[in-house]
Design a protein around this ligand. Structure first.
Ligand SMILES: Nc1nc2c(ncn2[C@@H]2O[C@H](COP(=O)(O)OP(=O)(O)OP(=O)(O)O)[C@@H](O)[C@H]2O)c(=O)[nH]1
Length: 300
């Protein structure tokens, strides 16, 4: 009789987290991957716009992929490309977490649910359940949404208060295929840090200027140097018009300063060392209307 390989039964797979804006997807992903997170974007070399947070336990590796929000307001080549990225990411996932907010379910949630492929096991995650005191009401709410789809599991959680997360993780683990781990925990290359740096700047641009700014700006890392522990990063935010440039820069440069500071702090935390960050805003008219331009900036 031969012994089974030591890692037999190990599970590993890709998990996409989706939901309408503000339901707590980022918070959830951060707490799920926790302090032992190893973030890498080896995959990002082929699929630029997803960040993977990886958690490896004794018996499973959870690879979380973040998806950009669905763009439902305007139909242009950039938004179509972004939406295609989202649907491609979902179809290629092993498990989908459909995140909703306790007590609130509306059209924006339904639009996201409609785009989730039926054949990928999907868990209904009801986040922010810390806000609901009425347990029976929460059950009713869960049942109402559960009627809309054949969910693999329904788990109320609170990402903020870290409530029920191990339960959620166990439900996810059960749905992952038996596979050897894909990633090594220490696998952070310069290239992936470069990608993450761009994602962080992009996130800050949308956090601080997103309400005013059309979804047509992108971030390029022009130079990424490492000198000992110090990383020197030169980034360019590309926008379409002078007026967009002014929105990002803000009154006397205040907004750009805030974007730079917050992005630098996030990078220092993620890379575990000091970061010198310089950001320029450049006008590059028409790049988002042009498929070739999108490819040049890595959207394909
Ligand atoms: N009370 C409560 N608030 C939460 C919880 N999870 C997230 N939040 C808050 O909800 C807000 C949105 O959280 P995010 O994680 O940014 O949400 P998101 O879905 O990633 O948002 P987008 O990036 O806009 O798609 C933040 O203010 C969080 O602090 C939770 O479990 N309970």
């Amino acid at each position: 009789m031969t012994d089974l390989p030591e890692k037999s039964g190990f599970r590993c797979g890709y998990i996409a987290i989706v939901g309408r804006p503000n339901v707590g997807k980022s918070t959830l992903m951060n707490v799920l991957v926790g302090a032992k997170v190893s973030i890498t974007s080896r995959k990002a070399q082929t699929t630029r716009h997803r960040i993977t947070g990886i958690q490896t336990t004794d018996d499973a590796q959870f690879i979380y992929v973040d998806t950009p929000g669905f763009q439902t307001r305007h139909s242009n080549p950039l938004n179509r490309t972004l939406n295609r990225t989202v649907t491609d990411t979902l179809s290629a996932s092993d498990v989908i977490l459909f995140v909703t907010e306790a007590g609130t379910y509306g059209d924006p949630d339904q639009k996201v649910l409609d785009l989730i492929p039926e054949d990928v096991p999907t868990i209904l995650v009801i986040n922010k359940s810390d806000r609901v005191k009425d347990r029976a009401g929460l059950m009713q709410f869960a049942q109402k949404i559960a009627a809309k789809r054949n969910f693999a599991a329904i788990v109320p959680v609170s990402a903020k208060q870290r409530f029920q997360l191990s339960n959620l993780q166990e439900e996810v683990r059960k749905l992952l295929p038996e596979n050897a781990p894909v990633f090594d925990q220490d696998d952070i290359t310069d290239r992936s840090e470069r990608f993450l740096a761009a994602e962080i700047v992009r996130e800050k641009v949308f956090r601080f200027a997103g309400d005013e700014l059309p979804y047509t700006s992108t971030v390029l890392i022009e130079k990424f140097e490492q000198e000992g522990a110090l990383r020197r990063i030169f980034a360019a935010i590309l926008v379409e018009r002078d007026s967009h440039k002014a929105m990002i820069i803000g009154q006397k440069g205040a907004r750009l300063k805030e974007i730079s500071t917050q992005a630098r702090l996030d990078m220092e935390k993620l890379f575990g060392g000091p970061v010198y960050l310089e950001i320029w805003v450049k006008v590059k008219s028409g790049w988002a209307d042009n498929e070739a331009g999108l490819r040049a900036y890595g959207y394909e």
